[in-house]
Design a protein around this ligand. Sequence first.
Ligand code: 5AD
Length: 348
Amino acid sequence: KIKDLIDKLYQEHDLRDEDLLYILDNIDEESIDYLFYMAAKTRDRHHGRKVYLRGLIEFTNYCKRECSYCGINAYNTKAKRYRLTKEEILATCLHGKELGFNTFVLQGGEDMYYDDEKMADIIRSIKDLAPDSAITISIGERSKDSYRLLREAGADRYLLRHETANEETYKKLHSKSYFKDRHQCLKDLKDLGFQVGSGFMVGLPDYTNSDYVKDLRFLKELEPAMVGMGPFIAHEDTPMRGNSSGTIEKTTTLLAIIRLLMPRVLLPATTALASIGESGRKRGLDAGANVIMPNLTPMVHRGDYSLYKNKKSTGSESAEALNLIKEELESYGYECDMARGDSKVIYR
Ligand code: 5AD
């Protein structure tokens, strides 16, 4: 039965919720190989064996939010805070451009020091420096007017994970916030013409397969251009310390299902996945991922953007180590692609 359901998912890019749940509940060693095989085949058909590289710049770890899983939440007094100046951000982009990157992902906490004017100025300046590059912004929830200014300044893409589509769980993790506000942000971003990325964490405490089905359904209905999904990893200076991490197995199973649900979506093998095990990145790619996001953040600050324990930011996660990354991808049978790699998702 599971094989039939995977075939149906492969052909129709959708399944009933109860069938998705059946797959998650009953997947075994044999059917998981088949799931990965079909997901990789789907990825190969739509994207080939090319893996897009995005240069990640973590430009501030100040944050006003209360997210109980995250190491840079506002209440973690142990976090060593930093901000990059506009000049530092531009120098980082220039360095990335020289390395061959054509997408810059500006990620940060929700730091109101970077008001609309400052962000728009930074975005315009990056576009002057690298007119053909894509700019992805990932700075959390803002008003639609604010998003509009970023878009008008030249931002192409926006990453805002929904984190969990279970509203109760969302409330437990974010005591001051509401899922519906986050959902509204995602609608606003789409409406403004951003290529939008959303996604969730795998292995949150007490999470069930029905919760994952909710996340999958949420994403299928949102139709994002990108899906960022990685294991939850506890951070010792947060209220969630001591909880066990999401596993490579669960994360890759969900990556494969997402690839089959959304064949064209841009799907990173995330840093969190690479951080929980040696083979994390390879197994993410083998499950249908087609993006990686090497870290371009200036070395002095890399250790401080600590969202979770033992986050990888050096070696093959480091943009400086491009040769290493290329070799690694080639050894798995993939090819590095440094082009902009815009979304092929067709919006209705
Ligand atoms: N473990 C895994 N992922 C995390 N993130 C934040 N904290 C953690 C953690 N402890 C993820 C969130 C956020 C993204 C930038 O990092 O999903 O959206």
